[in-house]
Design a protein around this ligand. Structure first.
Ligand code: ADP
Ligand code: MG
Length: 710
C-alpha cells in the first residue's frame, strides 16, 4: 500500500467522508474521481497534490509590462473588439486599457462565444502569457473574468493546477477545476483534522512547517516560499515515517526474534584464517566479518544484506561466516541462482578448504539420485557442515539437523518467499546473510531494503589491474575482431555478449544465431573454436559448453546475458558487448566484471550502432569513465529512476507521493538520522513527545506497527 502522508484514519475525522459528499462533487463526478484518480474520500482529494501553481497574486499595470515577463495578470476596460483576417487568419482582437496603457487580446478559437461575453466598456481581469508583436504587448487566448470590486486586489494565494485525465477534463474537472474543489475542501478543515505526527522537538530543530499549515500551503500558498516550506515538510514526513517504520521492524527483530548464538570463534575459523587463507583480507572484508560476528552473537536472528562490488570478495566472507557457524556446532547452507554458479562456489570453497575437516556437499537439480540421498542423509544427521546448491536446497525433503546460517548469493534472483523457506528449515530461524550481485544505490538500500541490516564492501582486493573500457561503433567491427585475434594469439579468451530483447524469445534466438554466424565468419574452425550458451539451451548442454570454455578448449564464448552472474574464467581478457546501448548500466558493469579476474590486462568493448539517444550516450560514457560499482549504481538510479532498477523489491516503501529518492537524497539522510536518534532514545515510542507519532502509526490502515519483516 502506498504511503500517504495525509492518511488520517480517525474515523470521526471529516477527512474520511466519501468524496461525493463534497460540495460541487455529487454522485456523477464522484464516480469519475474514483475511477480516474482513485479519489474516494476527502482525504484522497487532500493528498492529490498540485503539479504547479499560477501566480495571480499581482495585478500588473499595463504600462509596467516588459518582454521578460511570462504569465501575467492585468485588469482594465475593453475599448475595442473586432474580427480581423480571413480563413485561418480569422481572429477576434480586443483592446484592453488601464490607466497606464493598452494591451491587445487575440482569439483564434471560440470567437463567437468570446464575442458574446465581452462588451466594449466592460472591465475584465485578464490572465495569460505575455508576448510582443511589433513592439506592442499582447496575449493570445487569455483567461478572462468580469472584474468585480473584490477581485481588484488580485488573489491572496497562488492558484494550484492539478494532475487530471482526459475523461475528467471533458466532464468539467480539468486541472484548475479540481482546484476549486480543493478550495472548498480546505475551507472545511480545522487544525484538529490534520494533527501533527512529527515530534515537536524535530519540528523545532528542523524548523518544519506544522502539518496543518503544510497542507494549506501545498495547495494554496501565499507565495513560492511558503509552497517550498510546505513541500519540504511533507516530503520529510513521508521519508521520516518510512524510516521510523523500517527502524521499528529492524529493532523488533533484534529484540523479539530469537536467533541461535555463535558464542565463540574456535578452531576451524582460526585454523583457516592462520594457515589456509591465501591472501590478507581487505579492510572492508574484516569490517563486515566483525559485523556478522556481532550479529550472530547477540541471540537474535541476523538478517544482513551484504553488498559489494563485483570482485570485492564476498565468497570468502561467506565461507568464514560458515566456519564460524561450524565452530559453534551449526550447519550452513549457501544458495546460488544458477547451477554454474553453485558449482563454482563449491569448487572454490573446496579449493580454499583443502584438507580441512569440513564436510561440504553440492546439491543441484542434476545431482544423481543416489548421491542426493546420501547428501540428504548427511544433512539431516548433522554430518554435513556446509551445503552448497541451487533452489534444490530449499525443497522440503532437504532437512538439516541444526541449521544455523543460510547464505543467499546474488539475492535479486530469489524472491522473498524463497528466502522465507530457508527460515523454516530450523526451529529457531537461521541467521541470514544475503549477498547482492552489484551495489545498490545508497538511497535505494535505505528505503527498499531498509528493514535489513546492511554491510557494504566498497574496497577491491589490492593489485587488480583496471579493465580498460572503450566504446566503438559498427564501423570499427573488423578492428575489434582483429583485436580479439591478437589476444587469442597471446593465449587469452574472449566473451561476445548479445542482448536479451524482452519482447520476443524467438527474436532473441534469431539475433544470437545471426551473431554467432557472423563471429564464425571472422573466426573459422579449426583455427578457432567457439562456445555458445543461451537461455533456450538445456542445462547439461549449457554446462558442457561452459566447461569447454573454462578448460580452454574454446577461445570464444558467444552468449546472451546468462553468463552475467558470477562466472569465473580468469584467462578471459576481452569482453565484447554487442548492442551495448540496449543494456542498463548495472548489467554492463556485471558483464564487465567477468574479465579482469586474472593477472592480465583486460578490455571491455562496448559495440553500438552509430545512432544513439542522448541517454544511451550518457550511459556509455559513464561505463568508460568509471569502474566503481557504487557510482555506477547511483547513476543508473538517476537515469532510470527507482522503478526500473533490477532486483528492487516491489516495495510499498518506494511509492512516495512527493519525495524522490533521487532528488531528495539530503532529506532522506535527515529523515534517517532523526529516525535513528529517536528510536535509540525511545525504541517503543513511549515518551510523551513521541506519543503523537505512535498514535499516528498505529492508526494507519493496513500498516501494523509491530509487523514482522516482509
Ligand atoms: P564477488 O564479491 O564478486 O563474489 P569473489 O568472492 O568471487 O567476488 O572474489 C573475486 C576474486 O577475488 C576471487 O578470485 C577471490 O579469491 C579473490 N579475493 C577475494 N578476497 C581477496 C583478498 N582479500 N585479496 C586478494 N584476492 C581476494
Ligand atoms: Mg560472487
Amino acid at each position: 500500500m502506498p504511503l500517504k502522508p495525509g492518511d488520517i484514519s480517525t474515523l470521526s475525522s471529516i477527512l474520511s467522508n466519501p468524496i461525493e459528499y463534497l460540495k460541487g462533487v455529487g454522485p456523477v463526478k464522484g464516480d469519475l474521481l474514483k475511477k480516474e484518480l482513485n479519489i474516494f474520500s476527502f482525504n484522497d482529494l487532500l493528498t492529490h497534490f498540485p503539479y504547479r501553481h499560477i501566480d495571480k497574486t499581482e495585478i500588473k499595470k499595463i504600462g509596467d509590462l516588459t518582454p521578460d515577463l511570462d504569465y501575467i495578470q492585468v485588469a482594465g476596460k475593453i475599448v475595442s473588439c473586432e474580427i480581423m483576417g480571413e480563413k485561418r487568419g480569422r481572429r477576434l482582437v480586443a483592446e484592453l486599457q488601464d490607466d497606464t496603457g493598452s494591451l491587445e487580446l487575440t482569439w483564434f478559437q471560440g470567437i463567437n462565444w468570446i464575442q458574446k461575453t465581452i462588451h466594449i466598456g466592460q472591465s475584465f481581469l485578464v490572465f495569460g502569457r505575455l508576448s510582443y508583436f511589433m513592439g506592442s504587448p499582447q496575449i493570445t487566448h487569455p483567461e478572462i473574468e468580469i472584474l468585480t470590486p473584490e477581485k481588484k486586489e488580485g488573489k491572496n494565494y497562488l492558484e494550484p493546477v492539478y494532475p487530471t485525465t482526459e475523461k475528467l477534463k471533458v466532464r468539467g474537472l480539468n486541472g484548475r477545476q479540481i482546484g476549486k474543489l480543493m478550495y472548498t475542501l480546505v475551507g472545511l478543515l480545522h487544525e484538529k483534522d490534520i494533527p501533527e505526527n512529527i515530534p515537536e522537538n524535530i519540528i523545532q530543530q528542523l524548523q518544519l512547517m506544522p502539518r496543518y499549515q503544510a497542507y494549506l500551503n501545498i495547495h494554496f500558498p501565499a507565495n513560492p516560499l511558503f509552497y517550498e516550506k510546505a513541500l519540504a515538510r511533507l516530503k520529510f514526513e513521508e521519508l521520516f515515517l518510512a524510516q521510523v517504520r523500517l527502524g521499528l521492524i529492524r529493532s523488533n527483530r533484534h529484540r523479539y526474534s530469537r536467533g541461535v548464538v555463535f558464542e565463540q570463534v574456535k578452531t576451524l575459523f582460526h585454523t583457516f584464517y592462520a594457515s589456509y587463507l591465501p591472501f590478507a583480507l581487505t579492510g572492508a572484508q574484516k569490517r563486515v566479518l566483525k559485523e556478522i560476528r556481532q550479529d550472530t552473537a547477540r541471540g537474535s536472528q541476523m538478517n544482513r544484506l551484504l553488498q559489494g562490488d563485483v570482485g570485492s570478495g564476498k565468497t570468502i566472507v561467506a565461507l568464514l561466516s560458515m566456519l564460524l557457524a561450524a565452530d559453534n556446532g551449526y550447519q550452513s547452507c549457501m544458495m546460488a541462482p544458477t547451477e554454474i554458479l553453485a558449482r563454482q562456489h563449491n569448487e572454490s570453497i573446496r579449493e580454499l578448504l583443502k584438507d580441512m575437516p569440513v564436510q561440504t556437499a553440492l546439491l543441484t537439480g542434476s545431482t544423481p539420485k543416489a548421491k542426493r540421498k546420501e547428501i540428504l542423509e548427511k544433512a539431516s544427521n548433522g554430518n554435513l557442515h556446509i551445503l552448497i546448491g541451487t533452489h534444490a536446497i530449499i525443497e522440503d525433503q532437504v532437512q538439516f539437523n541444526k541449521l544455523g546460517l543460510a547464505v543467499v548469493d546474488e539475492q535479486h534472483r530469489f524472491g522473498v518467499a524463497q528466502r522465507a523457506k530457508l527460515w523454516e528449515k530450523a526451529s529457531v530461524p537461521p541467521h541470514m546473510l544475503v549477498m547482492t550481485a552489484t551495489p545498490i544505490p545508497r538511497t535505494l538500500a535505505m528505503t527498499a531494503y531498509g528493514d535489513l541490516d546492511y554491510s557494504i564492501m566498497d574496497e577491491l582486493p589490492p593489485g587488480r589491474i583496471p579493465v580498460t573500457t572503450v566504446h566503438r561503433d559498427e564501423s570499427a567491427r573488423s578492428q575489434v575482431m582483429d583485436f580479439i585475434k591478437a589476444e587469442i594469439k597471446k593465449g587469452r579468451q574472449a566473451y561476445i555478449i548479445f542482448p536479451l530483447i524482452e519482447e520476443s524469445e524467438k527474436l532473441n534466438y534469431e539475433n544470437l544465431m545471426k551473431g554467432y554466424e557472423n563471429v564464425k565468419a571472422y573466426f573459422p574452425e579449426p583455427a578457432y573454436w567457439i562456445s555458445m550458451v543461451h537461455g533456450k539451451m538445456k542445462a547439461p548442454q549449457k554446462e558442457a559448453n561452459m566447461q569447454r570454455f573454462i578448460q580452454k578448449d574454446t577461445q570464444i564464448m558467444v552468449s546472451t546475458t546468462v553468463i552475467e552472474v558470477g562466472v569465473n574464467v580468469p584467462n578471459a581478457t576481452v569482453m565484447v558487448i554487442e548492442s551495448a546501448e540496449k543494456f542498463g548500466l548495472s548489467q554492463l558493469h556485471q558483464l564487465r566484471g567477468r574479465v579482469g579476474r586474472g593477472g592480465d590486462k583486460s578490455y571491455c568493448i562496448l559495440l553500438t550502432g552509430n545512432k544513439l539517444s542522448a541517454e544511451a550516450r550518457e550511459r556509455l560514457k559513464i561505463m568508460c569513465a568509471t569502474h566503481d560499482g557504487f557510482i555506477i549504481a547511483e547513476k543508473d538510479l538517476e537515469i532510470r529512476g527507482p522503478g526500473d532498477i533490477e532486483g528492487t523489491r516491489q516495495s510499498g516503501m518506494l511509492n512516495f507521493k512527493l519525495a524522490s529518492i533521487v532528488q531528495d537524497k539530503h532529506l532522506l539522510d535527515f529523515a534517517k538520522q532523526h529516525a535513528e536518534i529517536l528510536l535509540n532514545e525511545d525504541p517503543e515510542l513511549n515518551l510523551a513527545v513521541n506519543l503523537k507519532l505512535k498514535n499516528y502509526l498505529q492508526q494507519q490502515k493496513g500498516q501494523t506497527l509491530w509487523s514482522k519483516i516482509s
